[in-house]
Design a protein around this ligand. Structure first.
Ligand code: ATP
Ligand code: MG
Length: 356
């Protein structure tokens, strides 16, 4: 099936600096994809290229079967919501949402019902005649959403639209935003550097690093099977120990770490330098009970109580780290804790370049 949005081989450099490198991404209609990555990795640059505000150095852009690469922004049929809402402060809520429709010469009798319907959808119907300055941040954000959706775009681009909101409101808005886009069957590219937001909202996440997509997969896949140490580190928490493969064969490994020998699954050569990792909730506070488990004695540094759960932090050296998640009521005392996890839950990566 042909992709609704097809980004193929897009690159961008500013002077000598490569900001996007041969980036490709295909999305189906109605799909919600998050671009997740650290500051400066190229997320906003990619959105600006899609919106037509910046030209790429190369590559192709197709949307709904059309080559949009050379079209000016207003002919791409793309709605845009940026971090600062950029609403027109002197216009009412209604007029802000109607703006794009009027600019396109939509007949007056079609404008009013469409604007009303969108304002109802974002639950701002009763506030249509208010001035923008009389709205809260979350309400302004919803006006911006309604305005971007008013012209019925083929694609909506959202650049950290919720980042200015407080945590509680942000969580409410996340759910509402997702519901609204789903109802409309809207295809969306959503930029965030908040991993929880990306995990909660997305059909798929594109984890970006230095202008490239490191992994494109569902939230569950990204969390359970990160493709690289970068993704492992950027999405979720983990215990990660460096080591050397001391035995290998039949897809089984023994890895010598500074804290003992760990067993894992994977295909590496003997003597290969690797990074062995496991997610915090996969770890049990006890020695390995049988041959399906592996573990170490963990020197404890600190505990943090988080209401529903408790996190134990290991005191490790040499770039190793350890974090264990336990139910809040688990009592742990002492300086040393035997911990273990299933071999099938163990992740193994080639050791990242020390120079990185
Ligand atoms: N007009 C420009 N001229 C030169 N360099 C630029 C320009 N715009 C962006 N850059 C650089 O390109 C890189 C990527 O910027 P971009 O705004 O896409 O990052 P981002 O992933 O959106 O980051 P953030 O999470 O901080 O918003 C950065 O190193 C930035 O300094
Ligand atoms: Mg940005």
């Amino acid at each position: 099936m042909e992709a609704h949005l097809d980004i193929a081989g897009v690159g961008k450099r500013f002077r000598q600096t490569v900001v996007l490198e041969d980036l490709s991404l295909a999305m189906r209609k109605g799909e919600f994809v998050s671009l997740l990555g650290p500051s400066g990795c190229g997320k906003t640059t990619l959105l600006r290229i899609l919106a037509g505000l910046l030209s790429p150095d190369g590559g192709r852009l197709h949307l709904a079967g059309r080559d949009i690469g050379r079209l000016p922004p207003h002919r791409r049929n793309i709605g845009v919501v940026f971090q600062n809402y950029a609403l027109f402060p002197h216009l009412t809520v209604f007029d802000n949402v109607a703006f794009g429709l009027r600019a396109r010469g939509t007949p007056r009798e079609e404008i009013a019902p469409r604007v009303r319907r969108l304002l109802d959808m974002v639950r701002l119907g009763p506030m249509a005649s208010r001035a923008i300055a009389q709205l809260s941040g979350g309400q302004q954000q919803r006006v911006a959403m309604a305005r971007a959706l008013a012209v019925n775009p083929e694609l909506i681009l959202l650049d950290e639209p919720l980042s200015a909101l407080d945590r509680k409101l942000r969580e409410t808005m996340q759910v509402e935003l997702r519901q609204l886009l789903r109802e409309l069957g809207m295809t969306a590219v959503f930029v965030t550097h908040d991993q929880e937001e990306a995990l909660a909202l997305s059909d798929r996440i594109a984890v970006m690093n230095a202008g490239r997509i490191e992994q494109l997969a569902t939230p569950a896949e990204i969390y359970a099977r990160p493709a690289s140490p970068f993704v492992l580190d950027f999405v979720g928490q983990s215990t990660a120990l460096h080591g050397e493969v001391v035995e290998a064969g039949d897809g089984r490994l023994s890895v010598q770490t500074a804290y003992g020998v760990l067993r894992a699954q994977g295909h590496f050569a003997k003597r290969a330098r690797v990074l062995v990792a496991v997610r915090p909730e996969r770890i049990a506070p006890r020695p390995a009970p049988d041959a399906e488990w592996t573990g170490i004695d963990l020197p404890l540094a600190a505990q943090t109580f988080l209401g529903s759960r408790r996190l134990l932090h290991g005191h490790l050296g040499g770039g190793d780290r350890a974090i264990v998640e336990l139910p809040a009521e688990t009592e742990i005392s002492g300086d040393m804790l035997p911990i273990s996890w299933r071999i099938t839950d163990t992740l193994v990566f080639p050791a990242p370049d020390v120079a990185e």
